[in-house]
Structure formats: C-alpha cells, structure tokens
Design a protein around this ligand. Structure first.
Ligand SMILES: Cc1ncc(COP(=O)(O)O)c(C=O)c1O
Length: 414
C-alpha cells in the first residue's frame, strides 16, 4: 500500500462529497438528517468504511511481530498510515509520528513524558479556550510535580489576548500548550507568533490540532511547534486512533509513556532496552484497522481542495450566523474575523439543552453544553452554549433547515 497521499481535485463538488457518506441519507425522527455536530465527531465516507471493513475481512492480523503474510500486509498498511500522517502534517519523517488513541492520549503522553523533565515552580501556559483534554493532564502534572499553570485570557470577541499572553512568558516558562482552533468558538490561535515568543525563552510548544487540522491545511514545520496532536474521528476517520507529531529529536529525548509489548528491544530481569522511536511510545497492540482507516481518511481529505473546503465551510457558517442575527436575544460567542467553521450561540430565555432536544425532533443534530471547556464557559459567564459545526458534506439547505428548526424550537420555549 502506498504512503502517497492523493492529489486534490480543484474546487469542491459538495453533492459528490455528500454522496460518499451513507449515513447522510438516513432520516431522524421522520426528517432528513441535518448533521451539524462534526466538531464532536465527523461522519465517515465510504472510503474509510471500506478500508476498515477490508482489513477485518481480508488482511487482519497483529502488526510488527508477525512472520506470516497477513501480519506483513497489516504491518505494511499500518506503517503506510504513519507515512500518510507525516505528509498530512508536513513532518519530515514518519518516525516523528506516534499513533495514539486520540488527541487526549497524545496530550497525556506529552504531559507524562515531557512532564517528567519538569520540576516544582516550572511554568506551563494554557489558554482559557482549551478543551479539557488540554487542561486536565496539566493539572495532573501540577499535582504530581508542583508545576505552575498560567492562563492566557481570551478577549470579549473570543480572540487570544496576545498582550496578556506575552506578559505571561518568563524564564520559568517551560511549555505553552495551546489549541490551534477553539472547539467552541472556532478561534484560530496565532501559533507562529506564540512559538517565536516561547522558543525565545527556551520553552516548548504543544499545539492541540484536534479542530485545526480538520479545517485548515497544516504544516508543522512552518508552525515551528514542538508537538502537534490530532484525533482521527474528527478527520473523517475511525475513532480510537489519533496521532502525536514531535519535532526534531524530542521523541529520542523523552522517556516512554507506557510500558508493555511492542515498545521494547529487550527485556531482562534487571532492566529494559527500549525500541527505537516511534515504537518506544506505542506500548501494546495498537488499534490496527482504525489506524489503517485513518490513513484512508487522510487520503480522502487530501483528495479534496482544502482551500475550497475552507471557503465552503466558511460560507455555511456566515449564512448560519446571518440567520441567527434575525433572532431576538441571540448571542454568538467568538466573533474573530478569520475563525474556523464553528458557531457557538445562545438564545436569551431558552436553555441550550432544551433547544438542542427540540431541534433534534426536526432531524437537526447540534451540540449543547459546556463542550468540555469549563474555563471558557466561566470566562463568558454561561453554563453552556449551543454549537453548530460545519463540515465538507454540509449544504446551504442544512443551514436553512437548522435555522427553521431553531425558530420552531424557540417558539415552543419563549
Ligand atoms: C480542541 C479539542 N481538543 C481535544 C479534543 C479531544 O479529542 P479526543 O476526545 O478525540 O481525544 C477535542 C474533542 O472534542 C477537541 O475538540
């Protein structure tokens, strides 16, 4: 199996894209499904479903250790996915990619392995718009090691407050852990600027690309970050598979995260010799079909014109936000100019959960709640918001159906 990613076709044929997602032709509550919850998890194209099924049907075996044909085929396809991920992120080598269960595990890996190099009083800068996955592992480290967490605030329109960020960076800063794109507001962080500032004091930068890598082409070398994490199920791939990219020789310098099979070269009664990177960080049997399916998802994404895709998603979001402006008492959280295609909002006098449940009656799937971002909810003084997120397969009629469902839901409640 080749590790070459597909070449994109110019422009975006949304009808063609949509037709590749079997789930989108089903009904929900007697209505055509309108899926605007892709920021939580994206639906899967046939190419991914087929790739996973093909592994289960024809070439499934455990990877890396086998001496038989199936094991070799599975290993080759698994390692081809590593090459695809490296290319997708713009990394130099496949060896810079560690497969994980998702972004959460990738961040826990860095918190554990990089965290082992930190001591009491060392400082880590986070932002107020982080997902809990990029907060809780650092709290663990604070509890274990006495590191200090410092919080970069967001402005009223949902941008990262760069003056405040700059003021937080000191000689004690050892790491900045920051989202590429907020899963609540779509805000895009100025990663290159953050990296420059952090590197100037010798601090490393981890970028949570769980949303960013879905909505914009990523070049980790241009960003200059030390670590970049992604999660496969938001990239139109299977859940249970994600990845960590580590720049330079970070993986060589860090100690392994978990111990077990696959990550060793030799185990003796008196010690262990670790396997080479990246296998040193991949203890135990990995998710095999899912990683291969993730490779198929990256192929599929790279077959799209990513710039046309960004424009398409952006137009859907603009249409939705223009529609929201017609509602009395609507507030949109996150109003930055160049944000990615996510709209968080509330309607005065109606609870987000009630609105989401009523919209579901009309076949419209949106998310309501804190979106795993308690500090951001606290920042805006709200318990939760409604969130509509836009993907390659969404259309203008999805947007219109969602606005109509919202209108009806509102009329029940207010
Ligand atoms: C910005 C961000 N970071 C991290 C995660 C965690 O991803 P996963 O649960 O797949 O590990 C999510 C998922 O919603 C996210 O949106």
């Amino acid at each position: 199996m080749s590790a070459e990613l597909k070449q994109p076709v110019s422009g975006l044929d949304v009808a063609h894209v949509r037709a590749q997602f079997p789930i989108l032709s089903r009904e929900v509550n007697g209505k055509p499904l309108v899926y605007l919850d892709s920021a939580a998890s994206a639906q899967k194209p046939e190419a991914v479903i087929e790739a996973v099924a093909d592994v289960w049907r024809h070439s499934y075996a455990n990877v890396h250790r086998g001496l038989h044909t199936l094991a070799n085929e599975a290993t080759e396809a698994f390692e081809a996915s590593r090459g695809k991920m490296a290319r997708f992120l713009g990394a130099d080598h496949a060896d810079q990619i560690v497969f994980t269960r998702g972004a959460t595990e990738a961040i826990n890996l860095v918190a554990d392995s990089f965290g082992a190099t930190l001591g009491e009083g060392d400082e880590i800068i986070l932002s107020q718009m982080e997902h809990h996955s990029n907060i809780v592992p650092w709290h663990f480290l604070r509890e274990r090691k006495g590191v200090v967490l410092k919080w970069a605030p967001v402005t009223d329109d949902g941008a990262l407050d760069m003056d405040a960020f700059n003021a937080l960076v000191t000689e004690r800063t050892k790491l900045v852990a920051i989202t590429h794109m907020s899963n609540v507001m779509g805000t895009i962080s100025p990663i290159e600027t953050i990296v420059q500032k952090a590197h100037a004091v010798g601090a490393a930068v981890l970028v949570d690309g769980s949303q960013g890598a879905v909505h914009m082409p990523v070049d980790v070398k241009a960003l200059g970050c030390d670590f970049y994490v992604v999660t496969g199920h938001k990239l139109y791939g299977p859940n249970g598979a994600g990845a960590l990219y580590a720049a330079g020789d970070w993986l060589d310098r860090l100690r392994p995260y978990q111990g077990g099979g696959e990550m060793i070269a030799e185990v003796r009664e008196d010690g262990v010799v670790y396997a080479d990177v990246p296998h040193k960080f991949e203890a135990g049997t990995p998710v095999i079909a899912e990683v291969i399916g993730l490779g198929a998802a990256l192929d599929w994404m790279c077959g799209l014109d990513r710039i046309a895709l960004m424009e398409h998603e952006r137009q859907l979001m603009d249409r939705f936000e223009a529609g929201l402006a017609e509602f009395d008492g609507a507030t949109i959280y996150g109003r930055t100019q160049d944000k990615g295609a996510i709209t968080s909002f509330s309607l005065e006098g109606a609870h987000p959960h009630d609105l989401a449940q009523l919209m579901d009656k009309y076949g419209v799937a949106v998310r309501a709640g804190h979106h795993c971002a308690h500090p951001l909810m606290q920042r805006f003084g709200v318990p939760g918001t409604l969130r509509a997120s836009f993907a390659a397969y969404n259309t203008e009629s999805d947007v219109d159906a969602a606005l109509e469902a919202l209108r009806k839901a509102k009329s029940f409640l207010i």
